[in-house]
Design a protein around this ligand. Sequence first.
Ligand SMILES: *Cc1c(COP(=O)(O)O)cnc(C)c1O
Length: 424
Amino acid sequence: MTPAETQALTLDARDALAPFRDEFLIPRHTDGSEQAYFCGNSLGLQPRATRQALLDELDDWRDLAVEAHFRGKHPWMPYHELVRENLAAVVGALPHEVVAMNSLTANLHLMMVSFYRPTRERNAILIEKSAFPSDHHAVASQIRFHGHDPATAKIELEGDEPGGAISSDAIVRALDEHGERIALVLLPGVQYLSGQAFDLRAITTAAHAKGCVVGFDLAHAVGNLPLQLHDSGCDFAVWCSYKYLNSGPGAVAGCFVHERHAQADLPRFAGWWGHDPSTRFEMGPQFTATAGADGWQLSNPPILALAPLRVSLELFRRAGMAALREKSIALTGYFESLIRSELAEVIEISTPRESERRGCQLSLRVRGPREAGRSLYDHLHANGIVVDWREPDVIRAAPTPLYNRRIDCLRFVNSVTQWATARR
Ligand SMILES: *Cc1c(COP(=O)(O)O)cnc(C)c1O
């Protein structure tokens, strides 16, 4: 064993959160060994308890059918309540500010229906230039839906730092320059491509001062960073649950609406599940919104899709976001220092260096032609090291604190060294 391996294993053995790895099913490489899985930013691994939770619901459906709405092991009628407290804790919200429903992009549209209310003078949306395509599509289509032109009404914030990160100054400058015509500021909690984390509270304060509504896309922030959504003061937020929240492909997404809008008479696209539950089953034609985020629900929730979220959030409750973040800072810091010391000639890191400006993901660029990046990516996969490739030239690697270890990071670095040596 090399000294580096001894050190990695010693640090892993001291890790108080290490037992959580055993709560997950780690996929195997073709040689039978466990993969070094760095793709929790794309699809989190399956918790062991998820299978039984799904079987429980299938059994209730088999044995109780419609009665399971009230008599199930986890009654279906109030099922979304089972995730509320833990979800609120993960994002730092009051329980009635959050709801689990739909998918991320669907929730983004529902939120924009209520919170993007363009006028002639103020109709623009500020979004980062490198935003996830779905967010660009949602924003542009909302702008068009209201009769405006994305060419002028979609204002794109460009990265102004070397790795592509967006400085606070750039955000302030954009607000100073365009604030009067911006109806909505829509920015990420953690940017999917660069891995940069944003100061939600500072953005909200600056944007509100210019009269803009503020929403956040937390796809890469939820379950990655401890969030204080309520205190940030933002108007709404949306996220998905299949990335760091480990709730399975296409999992039920989440939505936050700040308490100050809980009773507001906002325009919205309504459905019966958003109707006040005390009178919902009177089946009248008049819509009375449930106060809080629940008032944006459309349909009765998909129980089979919510069960994995319930299981996963329970793991987050047990581990605690604060402890996870502490480990995450150490783990990503270890990964970064290895890359900087061993691979400086091969790889550059575009994610900000300061731990408070990133989550667990590091975005990596291979020095040299783009083809070299693809070649490294292929080499890693052939060796059971799972990272992802994002066009045009980014390898994303996310050591997540629930199931990744130092030894995984070291395996990554050794494998890159092997690839670089063979290419010389
Ligand atoms: C993953 C991700 C999405 C995916 O949207 P879905 O509606 O869940 O398919 C959207 N936006 C961002 C920023 C993402 O990271």
